[in-house]
Design a protein around this ligand. Structure first.
Ligand code: NIG
Ligand code: FE
Length: 412
């Protein structure tokens, strides 16, 4: 008997594994006719089908019937906790206003801040529930959720607690991110530096102490915060032992990506205006470049992120939904994979890496999730597809046969 065999409580046989593990040479890290076993919520066994010994089988056997298994999908950038909606601004933009115009006039992020502050934590949870459910139904097993619509201590904490409370109701891994530097709150008008002080000296230490977030994010843009202000926040985040993520180079080039890379950020996100200097700074930095095609599409942008330059520099690319009420009210990671390919030129393999292994790295979870690999969490999806590229080429057809979270089968 194969000694490794007993290490699994449950084994899927006859599976085609799109492991996404670069250790395997085939596209998508494909291993055909393999068996994959799980134990205590982790992947404990990946072996060729014909090396399994059935006669002394202590495990539950599930026949995958030749279907394709992938790691669970990871949405590494969302703002899915918020109050209200901004359909009226969508209409305004269709008649000529820009996202920045609306923001400067006190709408945009600040209108969602008003709606979010007005809700209790429980109300916020309920309003956000359908958005999380939409992501999970498509195969998302890890989700990042940002604060950033509270912009004062009690409301930023309320958002982070709402994220925890909501996620606890579902089989999903949550990574929370403090994005207090999303917009200047009205109470601090003309006193941006005082607000930065509050974030650095009160909010970040409190969030770190209460374990309410794993990372800190900023919106580095003339309509939000300057490079120098972002640097202060990165310093405070680093001192508190939190990961760093950053919205940079979305609407203009502030050299935010290079700054974030210097701080060993987990990811820099958006990047439409990233230049050669930024690409050079990301090269070999370990920081993931996260593409958010939903915001590009929804805002009708024309300038695309420099995918070819990033590819040449071998910067890992993630793809995320940026799910939020203003620039990407689009609760579908599969749609983002399709858009990343059609709008930005990613290959289907890059799009799936962007929502599995590279998305994991964008959340500081590269050792834990995002690949079918022994030792990683057993978050796995079984799909009725013939080719893993279908996950990027197709949209709107539910071909998820089984969703497995921490080794437990959720549905069929
Ligand atoms: O990632 N860029 C800043 N933040 C969000 C938009 C938030 C909003 O408009 O409410 C983004 O696109
Ligand atoms: Fe965002």
């Amino acid at each position: 008997m194969d000694s490794s065999f007993c290490k699994a409580e449950k084994i899927w046989i006859n599976a085609r594994l799109a492991t996404m593990d670069p250790a395997h040479d085939e596209p998508f890290g494909m291993l055909d006719r393999y068996a994959i076993g799980v134990q205590n919520g982790r992947i404990s066994l990946i072996v060729p089908q014909d090396t399994l010994c059935f006669s002394e089988n202590p495990a539950e056997i599930i026949d995958a019937s030749g279907l394709i298994m992938t790691p669970g999908l990871i949405d590494s950038h969302t703002h899915l906790i918020y109050g209200g909606q901004r359909a009226a601004e969508f209409s305004q933009r269709l008649t000529g206003s820009t996202y920045a115009d609306i923001s400067r006039a006190g709408g945009g992020i600040l209108s969602t801040v008003r709606a979010t502050r007005a809700l209790s934590e429980a109300e916020l949870v309920e309003q956000s529930r359908p958005r999380l459910e939409a992501l999970l139904a498509e195969g998302v097993t890890t989700v990042e959720i940002k604060s950033g619509y509270g912009l004062r201590i009690e409301d930023e904490l309320k958002m982070l607690r709402a994220a925890r409370t909501l996620a606890a109701d579902y089989p999903v891994r949550l990574r929370s991110t403090l994005l207090a530097a999303h917009a200047l709150p009205p109470e601090y008008s003309g006193r941006a530096d005082d607000y930065i002080e509050l974030i650095c000296h009160e909010l970040i230490p409190q969030v770190a102490q209460e374990g309410l977030a794993e990372a800190v994010d900023v919106f580095c843009e003339p309509i939000a915060f300057s490079l120098a202000q972002c640097e202060q926040i990165f310093d405070a985040a680093q001192a508190a032992g939190l990961g760093i993520k950053a919205h940079v180079e979305q609407l203009s080039n502030s050299q935010g990506a290079a700054l974030a890379a210097r701080f060993d950020a987990w990811s820099v996100d958006h990047l439409e205006y990233l230049d050669e200097i930024g690409i050079a700074a990301l090269k070999d930095s370990g920081t993931v470049a996260t593409l958010l095609p939903g915001a590009f599409y929804f805002l009708g942008e024309t300038r695309k992120p420099p995918v070819e330059g990033l590819r040449k520099a071998q910067v890992p690319l993630a793809v995320a939904s940026d799910l939020n009420p203003g620039s990407s009210p689009l609760a579908s990671l599969r749609l983002m994979m399709n858009m990343a390919a059609v709008l930005f030129g990613l290959t289907p393999e890059e799009a799936l890496q962007g929502t599995t292994c590279h998305a994991a790295a964008a959340l500081g979870l590269g050792e834990d999730v995002g690949m079918l690999k022994v030792g990683m969490a057993a978050d796995m999806l079984l799909w009725k597809i013939d080719d893993p590229a279908q996950l990027t080429s197709e949209f709107g057809v539910n071909r998820l046969q089984q969703r497995i979270f921490a080794g437990e089968v959720q549905n069929a």
